[in-house]
Ligand binder design. Structure first.
Ligand SMILES: [Zn+2]
Length: 209
């Protein structure tokens, strides 16, 4: 007996089958993959951009020969010491991801950034770091320089951007608080394709000029 495949009268059923099988492999045909030919290097950059900062910008303000003495750091947190006279001040930072949707694209534009933390929140973050931190969170200031979004001097910290930091099972997720700043609007509304290309080109080749 020949097995029957019932196709319910859907036009062009082979297309539907193909779509279904591609979804099994995690390929979503409903949305596009982000890619563009870069005006910075002339190459195709494929996939949604992911720009990350290995350390907060304050790290680079410390002279290189003082860093071992004054900085305790890893890829996820950083403590910087400032001493004046006998007083020692400490600045605390944690790393997280700030995601900005791109219209019609599955994967967001990802910025791996740093936010400052109060001492109390930083200690709480470290204490819970090895467990699931879902539901926990904190407030932080962004402490990186972001091409396009940086409205202060080039190379300076992106000033005065307040964020909610949601800790979780992976790196903390960072959400810009409501504020008259393009970073807030873009995280809320997403980026049109062309604007995402413009920002990616700037960010990927920021050290070239
Ligand atoms: Zn490029």
């Amino acid at each position: 007996m020949v097995p029957m495949i019932i196709r319910c009268g859907i036009p062009n059923a082979s297309t539907i089958d193909r779509r279904f099988s591609m979804q099994l492999f995690g390929i979503n045909l409903g949305k596009k993959r982000f890619e563009f030919r870069c005006s910075g290097c002339g190459k195709m950059h494929r996939g949604s951009p992911s720009i990350s900062y290995p350390r907060p910008i304050q790290y680079y303000w410390i002279p290189e020969d003082e860093r071992t003495q004054r900085i305790k750091d890893s890829d996820d947190f950083c403590i910087i010491s400032h001493t004046s006279g006998t007083e020692e001040d400490l600045d605390f930072f944690i790393r997280g991801t700030l995601e900005i949707p791109i219209h019609g694209v599955d994967d967001p534009f990802i910025w791996g950034v740093w936010v400052s933390q109060s001492e109390a929140n930083f200690e709480r973050y470290l204490k819970t770091y090895d467990s699931d931190q879902t539901g926990l969170g904190s407030f932080g200031w962004l402490t990186v320089t972001m091409p396009y979004y940086n409205q202060s001097e080039p190379g300076e910290e992106l000033a005065n951007v307040e964020c909610n930091v949601e800790w979780g099972a992976a790196r903390p997720k960072i959400y810009v608080r409501e504020y008259d700043h393009p970073l807030f609007f873009d995280q809320q509304n997403g980026l049109p394709w062309d604007k995402a290309v413009e920002i990616a080109q700037l960010a990927l080749h920021v050290t070239d000029d």
